[in-house]
Design a protein around this ligand. Structure first.
Ligand code: SF4
Length: 444
C-alpha cells in the first residue's frame, strides 16, 4: 500500500464538488497522490451530504464496506454529516477524523495529530476547530475537474435556518470571499479558456464584501471579455433584488435560466419552513423576471409532505405549478433531518401520501415541461457539449439549462467542452433532440 495515496468520495451538491476540488489541490500540494482505488488508498475522504436519509445511508454503507476492504486506511468525514453527534456515534471506530471543511488548511496537521498523539496536542486542534470561519479554506486554489466548466465558490455557510435544512449547522454562518479574489479566479479561468463560470454559495443573493453586493459582482464577471456563460446558484427568493433582475436582463453572458427554490405554494407551510417570503412575493419575482427577460427558463425545488401539510395546502402547491409553468422542478419527499427545527415536528404525512403528492406534481411537470420544450422545435440553440452517450449521440446543456442530444457531423472532431449550434428537431418532456446546424460555428 502506498502511504501517500488519497481517494475522494464526493456526494451531494455543487458546493461539495467545489470543496473536493480544493481538497484535491490541497492534498496534491501536500505530496499525496490521487488514486481511483479506495481499497488501496492510504487516505479516503468522504465529502458527505445530509439532505436526505438515503444520502446519509450511502455514507454508512460505503464506510463500512471500505473499512472491511482496507482496514489500514485513514478515513475522514467532511461535509454535512461531519458535525452530527449521532453520525459520530454511529461511525465510532470506523472513522479517524470528522472535519468541518473550514479546517481544510490544517488537514495535514489534524492527520498528524491522529498518527502522533504524543507529539501534537489534539485538544488544541479541536479547540481551534470551533473558531475557524471558512475564509482560509476558500483561498485554497481549486484543481478543477472540468476543463471548460468551473464552479467558483463566492462564499460558504448560511444564516437562514430553513427549518428542514442542515446546512447552517454543517457549514456554519455565512462567510464571503473578497470580490477581488473571486474576480481574479474568474479572470484566470477565462484565460485558460473556460466556457462556463458558475458562481456558487448557499445563498448568492446575500453576498457582500466591502462595497460589492451580488448584482455588482455578477455584472463585473459578465463584463469580462470573451465567449462564455455565467450561471449562479443558489438564490433565495427573499433576497433576490430588483438590481439582480436588472443584471439578468441586461447581461447577455448571464444565462437565461434561473433556479429559484419555492419549496411550497402555501403561506402557512412556508412560514413553518421559515422561508421568510410569501407565495405572492415569489409570484411577483417570477413575473418581473419574465417581463425583464422573456425567454428565461425558471426551475425550482419543492418539498412535498412537510410536517402538517394538509391536502388543501398541497393543492396550493399544485395550483402554483399550474400558474407558473416551471420549466423543471426537483420534487423531494420531506425527510426529517436530525438537529433541524422540523426534526421536532410530527412527520404527519405518510410515506405513501408523500409519494402520491410527488407523482401528482411530476405528472403536471411532465406536461408543462414538454409544452415548453416543444416551443424550441425548429429553433437553433447554443449548446455547451458535455459528452457522448453509448449510441454516439453528443449531449450538453443549452443556456436555458435544457438537455440537448445531437448527432455529430464527423467522428474526427471531439466536441466535448465546445459551444455548438444545434437545430432542434424533436422535444421530449425532459430533453431535446437535434442536429448540428450546418453553419454551426463550433468554438472549441
Ligand atoms: S437558505 Fe435555507 S435551504 Fe438554503 S442552505 Fe440556507 S437554510 Fe438551507
Amino acid at each position: 500500500m502506498n502511504k501517500n495515496t488519497y481517494h475522494l468520495v464526493t456526494l451531494g451538491c455543487q458546493m461539495n464538488k467545489a470543496d473536493s476540488e480544493r481538497l484535491a489541490s490541497y492534498l496534491d500540494q501536500a505530496g499525496y497522490i490521487e488514486t481511483k482505488q479506495p481499497e488501496t488508498a492510504h487516505l479516503v475522504i468522504f465529502v458527505t451530504c445530509g439532505i436526505r436519509q438515503s444520502a446519509e445511508d450511502r455514507v454508512y454503507g460505503r464506510v463500512n464496506q471500505l473499512r472491511k476492504k482496507n482496514p489500514q486506511a485513514l478515513i475522514v468525514i467532511t461535509g454535512c454529516l461531519a458535525y452530527r453527534p449521532d453520525v459520530k456515534r454511529r461511525l465510532k471506530g470506523q472513522v479517524d477524523l470528522f472535519m468541518n471543511i473550514n479546517y481544510l488548511p490544517r488537514l495535514v496537521e489534524l492527520l498528524a495529530a491522529k498518527n502522533n498523539p504524543d507529539k501534537v496536542d489534539v485538544g488544541k486542534f479541536y479547540e481551534a476547530e470551533r473558531q475557524e470561519n471558512g475564509e482560509e479554506y476558500l483561498k485554497i486554489p481549486a484543481r478543477y475537474e472540468s476543463t471548460y466548466r468551473a464552479y467558483v465558490p463566492i462564499g460558504n455557510g448560511c444564516n437562514n435556518f430553513c427549518s428542514y435544512c442542515v446546512v447552517p449547522y454543517a457549514r456554519g454562518r455565512e462567510v464571503y470571499r473578497p470580490a477581488s479574489e473571486i474576480l481574479d479566479e474568474v479572470k484566470k479561468l477565462l484565460k485558460m479558456g473556460y466556457k462556463e463560470i458558475n458562481l456558487i454559495a448557499q445563498n448568492v443573493n446575500s453576498y457582500h464584501s466591502l462595497d460589492y453586493d451580488f448584482p455588482r459582482l455578477l455584472k463585473e464577471v459578465a463584463d469580462f471579455p470573451g465567449t462564455f456563460w455565467v450561471r449562479f446558484s443558489s438564490s433565495h427568493p427573499k433576497d433576490l433584488s430588483l438590481d439582480l433582475i436588472k443584471v439578468i436582463a441586461t447581461s447577455e453572458k448571464v444565462v437565461n435560466h434561473l433556479h429559484l427554490a419555492v419549496q411550497s405554494g402555501d403561506d402557512e407551510i412556508l412560514k413553518a419552513m421559515n422561508r421568510k417570503y410569501t407565495v405572492a412575493h415569489f409570484k411577483d419575482l417570477i413575473s418581473r423576471l419574465r417581463a425583464a427577460r422573456p425567454e428565461i427558463a425558471i426551475t425550482t425545488d419543492v418539498i412535498v409532505g412537510f410536517p402538517g401539510e394538509s391536502e388543501a395546502q398541497f393543492n396550493n402547491t399544485l395550483k402554483l405549478f399550474t400558474e407558473l409553468n416551471f420549466d423543471l422542478a426537483y420534487i423531494s419527499r420531506y425527510s426529517p433531518r436530525p438537529g433541524t427545527a422540523s426534526w421536532k415536528m410530527v412527520d404527519s404525512v405518510s410515506s405513501l401520501e408523500k409519494k402520491r403528492r410527488e407523482n401528482i406534481l411530476n405528472a403536471h411537470l411532465i406536461a408543462t415541461s414538454l409544452a415548453a420544450n416543444q416551443e424550441k422545435v425548429g429553433k437553433e440553440l447554443i449548446v455547451l457539449v458535455d459528452g457522448q452517450n453509448k449510441s454516439g449521440l453528443y449531449y450538453g446543456k443549452s443556456a436555458d439549462y435544457r438537455t440537448v442530444f445531437f448527432e455529430a457531423l464527423s467522428k474526427k472532431t471531439n466536441l466535448i467542452g465546445s459551444f455548438v449550434s444545434v437545430l432542434i428537431k424533436e422535444a421530449r418532456p425532459f430533453g431535446l433532440n437535434g442536429v448540428l446546424s450546418e453553419d454551426s460555428k463550433v468554438s472549441v
